[in-house]
Design a protein around this ligand. Structure first.
Ligand SMILES: *Cc1c(COP(=O)(O)O)cnc(C)c1O
Ligand SMILES: [Zn+2]
Length: 418
């Protein structure tokens, strides 16, 4: 039995193809490379029913993943995250069929584990011994920990403002970590220099073609969890955009296999923060690429990406699905984060909270209709950002009695405010 039906790497910009048995980073034209599969053969040899007996993790879709030899899969059981109804928020927004896919429930506490699992498994298969990458926190944490499991050396550069927990995950894993007094774009330049000088594998977002294959499994799972009837709208917090591009790629691949209807894709929504909204600006102007966002700033750190190398792929996915891009305010992110925790019991990350705020806004604008089935991606655990949430409580001496009256404490600060 064939474990992977990968055939080659292809450039979405110029169409040039590459041999996947070799290490490749970007296309000679500068574009990211994507993985292609033998969809015709897969159509005949792979059936939905084959999934029934498989474990509930992302490797259940191994035919549509790039790892050729099962033994190279570096796994901690990632994937198979739940789609939860969030009915109280849905009622508040006027979206009765509102769901949240919870990527907080995954090793390392963010969906970055999907990209790290598949990216590092493939790197291992290709014989990579050392890699370097810039990160806003969660990717560095995930890649460091999966690298430890794979026996590969991790070199990570992270902005000093990134969530402290992610820094500690890197430290615990034994990765080499540098903090930079700047943005992820500054970290990226430093990694580029190191890669050029030392010949390390460049694991920067979309500079290796396999991270996206891991992230695309969110799209495969959503389709399967909805019984191969895709929802009407999917909202995703967009930084580098790999998750959104991945979900789109997954759905198009499922159409090629005939597993979902050929005439319906969910409208994909890229959600950004007002302090860093290059994709939103490009979408509003009808452009196919974004411009560098000056002085970007948001507490939703995973989406603080001033210029994404795959921006044109994100925008394509929005245009192709009649989707849109929307920016939300920091105060809205904060409000929704606490709303969702106090109403639904879900302590989501600020990026996930941005998506809730966007759903509220799009429903108010009637872009989302009352009858739409809507899926929100919560990309990580609120706990990972707990240090950023300012709280205040009464401190008592032993023996003092508790006074209920006048208790007016709790979360006071904005989660992720810098
Ligand atoms: C990285 C990250 C994002 C953005 O994901 P992309 O796929 O790079 O757009 C969103 N949320 C969290 C929590 C992240 O860590
Ligand atoms: Zn090219």
């Amino acid at each position: 039995m064939t474990y992977s039906y990968m055939t080659h790497l292809v450039c979405p910009k110029c169409g040039k193809t590459y041999n996947p048995e070799e290490i490749h980073q970007l296309c000679v034209c500068g574009s990211p490379l994507l993985v292609d599969y033998d969809y015709e053969k897969l159509k005949h040899e792979w059936k939905k029913e084959d999934l029934i007996s498989r474990q509930d993790n992302l490797w259940r879709y191994h035919e549509l993943l790039p790892v050729k030899n099962e033994e190279n899969a570096v796994t901690m059981g990632e994937g198979g995250t739940p789609v939860l109804p969030v009915a109280k928020m849905g009622e508040q927004y006027g979206i009765p069929a509102l769901f949240m896919k919870d990527e907080g429930l995954i090793p390392t506490g963010s969906f970055k584990a999907r990209g790290a699992a598949v990216g590092l498994s493939k790197a291992k298969e290709l014989g990579v011994k050392k890699f370097a990458m810039p990160t806003n926190g969660n990717a560095g944490a995930a890649w460091s920990l999966y690298a430890a499991r794979a026996g590969i050396e991790a070199n990570i550069v992270m902005p000093v403002d990134a969530p402290v927990t992610t820094r500690k995950e890197c430290a615990a894993s034994g990765a080499r970590l540098w903090l930079v007094n700047g943005l992820i774009s500054d970290a990226g330049k430093m990694v580029g220099e190191l890669v050029a000088k030392e010949g390390y594998y460049d694991a920067s977002t979309l500079k290796e073609p396999y991270r996206i294959e891991g992230k695309k499994t969110m799209g495969l799972e959503i389709a399967e969890q909805f019984g191969w009837q895709v929802p009407d709208v999917i909202l995703y917090p967009t930084g580098g955009g790999v998750g959104l591009i991945g979900i789109y790629k997954a759905l198009v691949e499922l159409q090629k296999l005939g597993w979902i209807a050929a005439d319906k894709l969910p409208r994909l929504v890229a959600v950004q923060a007002e302090g860093c909204a290059p994709i939103v600006k490009a979408w509003e102007e009808g452009k196919r690429e974004s411009e560098f966002w000056q002085d970007s700033k948001t507490g939703a750190f995973g989406i603080n990406v001033p210029k994404a190398i795959g921006d044109f792929l994100v925008l394509d996915a929005l245009y192709e699905t009649n989707g849109c891009a929307v920016a939300v305010q920091e105060s809205e992110i904060h409000t929704e984060q606490l709303e969702v925790a106090s109403k639904e019991g879900l302590f989501i990350c600020p990026e996930g909270a941005a998506v809730f705020a966007a759903a509220k806004k799009l429903r108010a604008d009637n872009w989302i209709k009352e009858e739409d089935q809507v899926v929100l991606l919560n990309t990580g655990l609120g706990i990972k950002y707990a240090d950023d949430l300012e709280v205040e409580f009464p401190v008592l001496e032993p023996g003092e009695s508790l006074k209920i009256k006048g208790w007016e404490f709790g979360a006071i600060g904005r989660c992720g405010q810098h």
